[in-house]
Design a protein around this ligand. Structure first.
Ligand SMILES: [Zn+2]
Length: 448
């Protein structure tokens, strides 16, 4: 029998050891490239669910050896049909930990470090350590957060051109039933998540009058029970979608209502789907989308082929259809652009600056922490850091920034969109009035 190691990289070697016409810039085929990939490339997989399990396996089998995975969730019975790294006895355990262990057991030589926590719990330095961030998420908020973190590493030169070495590439996969997408985000070069956030349509809400008077579908009956009948019955008691008794109550009410209106199709699982806004997850869609993402990660790491430019859609609802669209960047994007410009007096204190950021119509960032070139000017939490940085609030920002005429500061704080609070980061280009590069007003006056 042939030694496993001699055949293991056979397919990868076809991509990495041979020259070609479709390769990326600076592609240098050879064994060194494969070794570099295995030794130096470091990938973070965000999410260890349906997409994450697939991504970890695909990356490990594509030659990546240094992988970390972050996920705050624990394994549930309902995951087992598609999150194939998990077994019945894993229910209740950390997804990240079990997924990492299983892939390491099966693919020798790969090292996967799990992180069983929220993505917001890691500091910026944690994320800066990776060459590529692969997203296997199902929430817009989480994508938006990681996107903001990755974009915060992006630096612009004095002509507002992105500095290539500061780009933190991301590959993002998403699936919904038989549909999915895979995209490559090179902040500053291709549109970031926020540039094209309109791609995610707002969730469809049914008009209340339809629900109340003319329900036409099973979903209408379920929403009526969920949004109206629950409150009528329980007067302010919060509905908990994870409580089976609550869900059962909604289901039975919806069923009664559906019968009264001659509507069929109300089932317990549809009730869960409508109330929790879940679309059934399909294992094959996850597999296809993850493989596209893993391939893009390999292309970014080795330049063995040109990157996807920049958004692939997959549709397996009827037959099979895939398409690649090149979306363009929003030059005014608050997240990947050079940042909002604020002109300030050199006397403006850090506290005043923080107030201005909260009032700024494009920023509206509340309780921001402020960083400048890796220095914490003011940190909101934990309390010990807050206390340490609090004296800075009374000092002029100009002094805290080392008396430069203009520079970027990084902020992280909370914004409210559609009544939802979320944590995000913003870049602000601060320019001090009447201060030329490196010299103050007074210097200019005296120097004539
Ligand atoms: Zn953007």
């Amino acid at each position: 029998m042939e030694d496993i190691d001699s055949v293991r990289w056979r397919d990868l070697d076809r991509l990495l050891l041979r020259a070609g016409n479709l390769v990326g810039e600076n592609f240098e085929p050879g064994e060194q490239l494969r070794n570099d990939l295995q030794e130096y490339a470091k990938v973070l997989v965000v999410g260890a669910g349906g997409l994450g399990c697939e991504l970890l396996k695909d990356l490990a089998m594509s030659g990546f050896k240094n992988i970390e995975v972050i996920d705050m969730d624990t394994i549930e019975v309902s995951n087992l049909n598609r999150q194939f790294l998990f077994r019945m006895q894993d229910v209740g355990k950390s997804k990240a930990e079990v997924a990492a262990k299983r892939v390491m057991e099966r693919v020798s030589g790969v090292n996967i470090v799990p992180h069983f926590c929220r993505i917001e719990e890691k500091d910026i330095d944690f994320y800066s350590d990776f060459n590529i961030i692969a997203l296997g998420l199902d929430s817009i908020e989480a994508r938006s957060y990681i996107n903001a973190v990755a974009c915060s590493f992006l630096e612009y030169d004095s002509e507002d051109k992105p500095c290539l070495e500061s780009i933190k590439p991301m590959v993002d996969g998403g699936t919904e039933g038989f549909k999915g997408h895979a995209r490559v985000i090179l902040p500053g070069v291709t549109p970031c998540f926020e540039c094209t956030v309109w791609l995610f349509p707002p969730q469809v809400k049914f008009p209340l009058c339809t629900l109340a008077e003319t329900p036409r579908s099973a979903a209408h009956c379920i929403e009526y029970a969920h949004l109206i009948q629950w409150d009528e019955e329980y007067h302010g008691k919060p509905f908990d979608a994870d409580n089976p008794e609550h869900m059962q109550w909604i289901y039975s009410q919806a069923l009664k209502r559906a019968e009264a209106f001659g509507i069929s199709g109300v089932t317990y699982s549809l009730t869960q789907g409508v109330v929790k806004n879940i679309v059934p997850a399909i294992a094959s869609t996850n597999a296809i989308i993850s493989s596209a993402c893993a391939l893009e990660a390999l292309k970014i790491a080795t330049a063995c082929s040109k990157s996807l430019s920049n958004y692939l859609t997959y549709n397996g609802v009827e037959g099979l259809h895939t398409n690649v669209t090149e979306f363009s960047k929003d030059d005014d994007c608050l997240v990947c652009g050079p940042g909002v410009l604020m002109e300030l007096d050199s006397s403006v204190t850090l506290q005043k600056f923080i107030d201005l950021v909260g009032e700024h119509p494009r920023l509206r960032l509340s309780r921001p922490s402020v960083m400048h070139r890796g220095n914490n000017l003011y940190i909101q939490a934990p309390p010990v850091l807050e206390e340490m940085t609090r004296p800075n609030l009374q000092l002029p920002l100009f002094e805290l920034m080392g008396k430069v005429s203009k520079d970027s500061v990084h902020l992280s704080g909370t914004i409210i969109t559609n009544d939802k609070k979320s944590t995000t980061t913003r870049k602000v280009r601060v320019s001090f009035k009447g201060i030329a590069d490196g010299i103050t007003d007074m210097d200019t006056a005296c120097g004539g």
